[in-house]
Ligand binder design. Sequence first.
Ligand code: ASP
Length: 414
Amino acid sequence: MKLATKIIIALLLGAVVGIILNVTSPDLFSKLNTFLFGPLGTIFLNLIKMLVVPIVFFSLTLGVAGLGDPKKLGRIGAKTISFFLITTAIAIIIGLVLALVIKPGTIGTYDTSAAEYSAQKAPSISDTLLNIIPTNPVQAMAEGNMLQIIAFSILVGLGITMLGKKADALLKVVEQGNDLMMYLVNLVMKFAPYGTFGLIAGAIGSQGWDAIKAMGLYMIVVILALFIHTIVTYGAAIALLAKRNPLTFFKDFSEVMLVAFSTSSSNATLPVSMDVAQRKLKVPEPISSFVQPLGATINMDGTAIMQGVATVFIAQVYGNDLSLTQLLMVVLTAVLASIGTAGVPGVGLIMLAMVLQTVGLPVEGIALILGIDRLLDMIRTAVNTTGDAACAVIVTETEKKHGKIEAPHSEVSV
Ligand code: ASP
């Protein structure tokens, strides 16, 4: 049986077991969650998180060394960042329009008097940008600070290129390190079905169904916007810019979407996502290793959609009409907020506080959507990772006219 099929079966099984236990026996659920679902999920998450830092370092260093030309890196960087920014803006606009048309906050009653939420301090954008340069790369790796690891790996890769023959042995080490990590990803993924089962059973079993019913329309609007963005924006981008068949893209990438769905973390999904992009989507290593780690850190279209819908929803619940200027502010701040959102579960909601504050909406409104955000996080994380892969495919295809890209000593080339 194929791995993707096994993961789907585990996911469905986890959902069914979670729902049954939630409805029939919450006591049994909490015991099983402590001793079975929780541990299975944590083992899987730890196994893949274990690989994230070394994979980003080895493969990005190798990738940059493989490009061999800083100009090429600049061009790929510019394309990647433009794609990230434009698609994120489109994502928020889709979310805003749907929320304004369907008006989820005006139907039903929401108790705002009990709403309490203290906003955690979101890092400022200028701090984030200045912090890209690590003062201590070892610390950056120990803390898993993705942007800093990316910056360091790019410099090491450039250095290896510039030193040429002198750094040959080092290049070999990086290359073999990379092969080793890819091997480990495949090994660890053998545990994915069990991990998925544990994660989904735990997540679904702990939901309060009353909360879901009460927030049904809001959830439908978010999910609809996520769906439209994936199919229309990414589908069209793949067809028009990469001139590839979108259906094949989605089919090849579906295994990664499932992992993103069950882990709710772009970072944790990264090793699998890069592996599938390189093997199935035929993205050359240098492009995959540059675009995907960067995307997992700054490109969060699914999160941006949630932030757009949530802002309009909260405005509606509090009886506040957003002006056109305020809506434009939402687009701008949500793009920034999604850049600042780390690829781990639930951070999108913390960054939402920043968007609400900019347009003068009560941050306590977040309390209304807190209860059901765990479920939406699963779906938006799948969209977040898909956006990164779509970008990698588009950069691959548009780079073809500039000649061949290949990793040094590697067979993967375009
Ligand atoms: N969980 C999301 C991710 O990792 C981020 C978020 O929206 O909370 O991509």
